[in-house]
Design a protein around this ligand. Structure first.
Ligand SMILES: Nc1nc2c(ncn2[C@@H]2O[C@H](COP(=O)(O)OP(=O)(O)OP(=O)(O)O)[C@@H](O)[C@H]2O)c(=O)[nH]1
Length: 310
């Protein structure tokens, strides 16, 4: 007689869904998104509020797929632009399965963190987890204390976080654990994107963000809010080089000077740095044509905002 019983270990169901990292400016959301996805997709800078567009990265696992939505820093609205950013954040939060509040290990919990935690209470559908970021910048003792403080914040404002996980995007420590925890909270579902696809952000937006990142490097503090970057046109050349026309909008003539630099030196440098990254992103040779334009008070003008893609 043959044994017809086969031992089958049940394969776990495939999970898929969306997660969103939130936190005050500079909390480390973009860097952690990149670490989770394993490729540079969101822009990072040491300056707050550089993330404008909702950039998605995708974490692929054999049994799960996590679509990460990286949001701008949620903050109290000051200008119309601020209000738009907040609307964007709230819209995003209402759609995702998991929201992860990022709080740096090396900074005291402040009013900004409380403000965001309170905002999360208004989005009841999603699972809330907390991530204590930048653990490499704090001692073990500090990290332990921060974990307790973050848990207490969750208890007070949200009836508790489902998980509180420490991680360092810089060293990679615990980044896999963060992915595991986020994946755990996704519903059962099929793959949403084909394997290997890292982002579904339109390429032009990513190109614009790379230029914006390069243009912001090392310039004055007020510039981030005043700089918008738009890809006007791309042309495939016969020699295989992709010609990309990019317009950088500033609010004032004086800011134009900052971006362009003496004799155009700074803009040239920005173009060179951005071009290398764009070529890596698109996998093709690129010729960048950068123009700086003044769009007065674009942050406060709804028509201009729309034209600039906000
Ligand atoms: N030491 C250390 N620095 C980090 C880590 N993660 C992020 N940073 C730094 O912290 C700064 C802010 O990081 P971002 O990832 O841009 O922060 P963000 O929350 O996306 O910021 P906004 O776009 O302003 O909302 C950058 O200078 C990062 O290099 C980390 O794990 N360790």
């Amino acid at each position: 007689m043959t044994d017809t019983t086969t031992s089958t270990t049940p394969t776990p169901p495939h999970r898929s869904g969306f997660a969103c990292l939130v936190g005050r400016p500079n909390a480390g959301k973009s860097t952690l998104t990149n670490a989770l996805v394993g490729q540079k997709v969101a822009i990072t800078s040491s300056r707050p509020q550089t993330t404008r567009h909702t950039v998605r990265g995708i974490v692929h696992r054999p049994d799960a797929q996590l679509v990460l939505v990286d949001t701008p820093g949620l903050h109290r609205p000051r200008t119309l632009l601020g209000q738009r950013l907040n609307d964007l954040v709230h819209e995003t939060l209402a759609e995702v399965d998991v929201v992860a509040l990022c709080i740096p290990a090396d900074e005291k919990i402040g009013p900004g963190d409380r403000f965001i935690a309170e905002a999360l209470a208004a989005v009841p559908r999603s699972t809330k987890v907390a991530l204590v970021t930048k653990t490499d910048k704090a001692s073990r003792q500090q990290v332990a204390e921060q974990l307790l403080a973050v848990s207490a914040l969750g208890e007070e404002l949200l009836g508790g976080f489902s998980d509180v996980v420490p991680a360092s995007a810089l060293t990679g420590e615990q980044v896999d654990t963060v992915a595991d925890v986020l994946l755990q909270h996704l519903p059962e579902g099929p793959r949403l994107y084909p394997d290997g696809e890292l982002t579904d952000e339109p390429e032009q937006v990513m190109v614009a963000e790379l230029v914006r990142e390069a243009a912001l490097e090392g310039v004055r503090d007020e510039l981030p809010h005043s700089l918008a970057v738009v890809v006007e046109e791309t042309q495939e050349q016969e020699n295989g080089v992709l010609k990309v026309f990019v317009w950088l909008y500033v609010e004032r003539e004086s800011q134009k000077g900052i971006v362009i630099g003496k004799g155009g030196a700074r803009l040239k440098d920005v173009g060179t740095r951005a071009r290398h990254q764009i070529e890596a992103l698109l996998g093709t040779k690129v010729h960048l044509d950068l123009r700086v334009k003044v769009a007065k008070d674009w942050q406060r003008d709804p028509k201009q905002l729309q034209r600039l893609g906000f």
